[in-house]
Ligand binder design. Structure first.
Ligand code: ATP
Length: 203
C-alpha cells in the first residue's frame, strides 16, 4: 500500500507539536526526526562515536552521553562544524525515517522535520504542511514554554530559515494564530483532506 507522507515543519514555537499531537489523536502515525536524531546519539550508537571523534571528548558528559548544550554552543557560530555535524547525522536520520515509515500501515503519516527548509529533506515527503504563526506570538510562546528571555528567544528564531522560504515549500498551511479550539478544527479538516488524498493515491 502506498502511504502518503506529509512533512510537517514550522519555526520554533509555531506549534508543530500542538499540531502533530492533534493528528495523532485522529490516529495518524507521527515520525519525528528530532526524536530519531536523539535515538541516533544514544551511547553505543555509531553516530555518537563519530561526533566524539569529530568534536572531541568535551562534547560528551561524564556518563558518555552527548552534552547537547556544549555541542550546540560549539557549532552555533561555526558553519564548517555545523556541516560536519550534519554530515554525520542527516544521512542516518534519512535512513531511519525511511525505515520507520516503511513499517507503517496507515493511509497517511506525518514526518515532523523542523528544519525542512534548511536541510532539503523534501525528497522524503509527498506533501509539505507548514505551521505558521506571527513572530510576536512565537516569541511569546517559546519564552513562556522554555522560561527564556526575549534575547535568547530572538537568537534562536534568527538562526532559522526565514518564514518566506518555509512558506514557499508549503502545500498546506496551518495558520496557528488563534486559540487551541481553532487549531482542533483546522487539524480535523486537514485530516479529512489527507485521507481523501491518500484514497486517490491508493487507487
Ligand atoms: P519547537 O520548535 O520549539 O519544538 P513547536 O513548533 O513544536 O516548538 P509547540 O511546542 O507546539 O511548538 O508550541 C509552543 C508552545 O505554544 C507550547 O507550549 C504550546 O502548547 C503553545 N501553543 C501552540 N499553539 C497554541 C495556540 N494556538 N494557542 C495557545 N497556545 C499554543
Amino acid at each position: 500500500m502506498t502511504l502518503l507522507v506529509v512533512g510537517l515543519t514550522g519555526g520554533i514555537g509555531s506549534g508543530k507539536t500542538a499540531v502533530s499531537d492533534r493528528f495523532a489523536q485522529w490516529g495518524a502515525p507521527v515520525v519525528d526526526t528530532d526524536l530519531l536524531a536523539r535515538e541516533l546519539v544514544e551511547p553505543g550508537q555509531r553516530a555518537l562515536a563519530d561526533i566524539a571523534a569529530a568534536f572531541g571528548p568535551n562534547c560528551l558528559d561524564r556518563d558518555g552521553r552527548l552534552h547537547r548544550a556544549r555541542l550546540r554552543e560549539r557549532v552555533f557560530a561555526d558553519p564548517a562544524g555545523r556541516r560536519r555535524l550534519e554530515a554525520i547525522l542527516h544521512p542516518r536520520i534519512r535512513a531511519l525515517a525511511r525505515e520507520r515509515i516503511a513499517r507503517l500501515i496507515a493511509p497517511y503519516c506525518l514526518l515532523v522535520i523542523p528544519l525542512l527548509a534548511e536541510t532539503g529533506m523534501t525528497d522524503l515527503v509527498d506533501r509539505v504542511l507548514v505551521v505558521d504563526a506571527p513572530e510576536a506570538e512565537r516569541l511569546r510562546r517559546v519564552m513562556a514554554r522554555d522560561g527564556i528571555d526575549e534575547t535568547q528567544a530572538r537568537r534562536i528564531l534568527a538562526a532559522q530559515a526565514d518564514r518566506d522560504r518555509r512558506l514557499a515549500l508549503a502545500d498546506e498551511i496551518v495558520e496557528n494564530a488563534g486559540d487551541l479550539a481553532a487549531l482542533d478544527r483546522r487539524v480535523a479538516a486537514l485530516h479529512r483532506h489527507y485521507l481523501a488524498l491518500a484514497a486517490t493515491l491508493a487507487r
